[in-house]
Structures are given as C-alpha cells and as structure tokens.
Design a protein around this ligand. Structure first.
Ligand code: ZN
Length: 283
C-alpha cells in the first residue's frame, strides 16, 4: 500500500491516482493524516479489502504533503553507514548514535526551503514510520511495529552543528523550518522486494552526490526499532531518520553547500523521489 498526503488529506495511491480515505471509508477514518497511524492495523485491513473498482483522482506531486505531519517523536541516527563514518573521520559506533529532529522542521516532498546560512548540507535518508506502540521489542519482532517507509532529507546547518568551540548542536542544527522533508509516499514493507536493501541517493543540480543501498546500514531498521524501544516508548506515527550514506557536502574537498537556486533530488528505489529548491543567503 502507498499512503499519501494529498493537500492535507490522507489518501491511498492506487496506480498513481489518489483515493480519499475519509470519503471512501464514509468517515470511518480521519480526514487528517496523523491520526491515521493511531488506527494503523484497522486502516491497513480496510485498505487491503477496498473494492478494486474504487478509482482515484489524478494528482500532481506538487500537491503532496509529508506522509507524517506531526509525530510526537522524530528520531534521527548519526553515522549509520560505514562509508559515511569513514568520510567523517570517525570510528564506527558500537551502538546507534541517537538525536532528535524537532517536528516543526517537517515539510512536503517538493517545494522551496529557506537557507538560514551558507553552510547548509544535504543528507538523503530512509525514514521509518511506526504503526504500533512499541516498548522493548525484539529485533525479530521489530518490523511488525513499522507502518512503512518513506524518503527523508536530514538537512543540516553544519556551522551550528559542529563548529568548535561551541558545543555540538545536532538537534537544533537539523531543525530549521523545512529541514525535514518527507515523502512522496509512505510505502508498506510488503510492497518492496527487500525492505532491508533499497537503493538510496541524491542529486545536486543533476549531479549524483550520494548513492548507496540501505543494506549498508550499520544498524538496520529492525535493530533501530529494537534499540530505541529499549529506552523510549515508540508511538504510532513516530518517525526515525535512519542515517545518511557517504557523499555529504561537508566531507568533500573543497566543501560544498546548498546555495540560492540549488536543486536537490532525493530518492529511494521503490518508494519515490522528492525535489526541492533552495532560497536564501547567496553568500
Ligand atoms: Zn542524518
């Protein structure tokens, strides 16, 4: 199942056309996106049994919002691909490096994002969305708590994030308005040939700058859900940015950053593509 946010309303994407959930379910499910995750199992069952003769309406990608709009918890993981840890000059972690992005940074899969400074960087990431409350779940059960997967960009202001002598500020530096684009769809794991090994990448002005596979994650989806739930109760609709592969601008020589007019394309095979342009300080 492909779940989308079309103009603020939850919809199913069936063959590229949108079926409005509240209308097709005659009000059984919410007309807002985020509450759908509170009834995820029921919603899945309803969607799976929906009459194949129900047809949707055409839509364009510019009409889509984030498939998760206001999670109560928005986690992110640092240094979770081997090559990215190497390019950052850091040892491989023994346990996941966890921080938070604040939910006010969420935006949709297309559009313009303001740059607060001239040291803003890209990080293509697989994002996991939780579909059931999870506490102390085992790795072997973890996928049962996952509603689906989507594409994310963990946009990062590097000066605030890491410039000494100030303390590192991962959460603030990655939570400016628009710094957490999500979309274009939430895809349930059964739609993907292998949800643990998906091609992920990003292009800056048509140049491929990141390209990897989620099979190279140091801590995969199941390990992350198990690890996070060993400390925190994961709630339906929570989202987890799982880390970025190598190819960030900060690690390049010379370093590169997003500029006024930069076009960033972020994709995961089988899930979809996001397209953003940037506005803001040119120097
Ligand atoms: Zn990241």
């Amino acid at each position: 199942m492909r779940f989308i946010n079309l103009g603020g309303r939850p919809c199913l994407d069936r063959d590229g056309r949108a079926i409005d959930v509240a209308t097709a379910s005659e009000g059984r499910f919410s007309a807002d996106v985020q509450p759908i995750y509170e009834q995820w199992d029921e919603f899945r069952a309803w969607a799976d049994s929906l009459d194949p003769d129900v047809h949707g309406v055409d839509y364009s990608e510019e009409q889509l919002g984030a498939p998760v709009t206001c999670p109560r918890q928005l986690f992110a993981i640092g240094l979770n691909y081997r090559e990215h840890a190497t390019e950052s000059g850091l040892d491989l972690p023994d346990t996941p490096m966890v921080f938070t992005k604040f939910a006010s940074s969420i935006t949709g899969p297309t559009g313009r994002i303001p740059l607060p400074t001239v040291t803003v960087d890209w990080e293509a990431e697989l994002v996991v969305v939780i579909g059931r409350q999870a506490r102390d779940v085992s790795e072997s059960q973890a996928w049962e708590y996952v509603a689906g997967l989507t594409v994310g960009q963990d946009i990062s202001e590097r000066t605030l994030q890491i410039k000494p002598p100030a303390p590192q500020q991962f959460s603030l530096a990655k939570s400016f308005p628009g710094f957490a684009p999500l979309g274009p769809a939430l895809v349930t794991p059964d739609e993907l040939p292998n949800p643990d090994d998906l091609e992920i990448g990003c292009l800056l002005d048509s140049e491929q700058v990141q390209k990897s596979r989620t099979g190279d994650l140091i801590f995969g989806v199941a390990e992350l859900v198990a690890y996070l739930s060993s400390a925190v109760t994961l709630l339906p609709g929570d989202a987890i940015f799982t880390g970025t592969p190598s190819g960030i601008g900060f690690a390049m020589t010379p370093q590169r950053f997003l500029r006024e007019g930069s076009e960033l394309t972020t994709y995961i095979a089988g899930i979809g593509t996001m397209r953003h342009t940037f506005i803001g300080p040119s120097q």
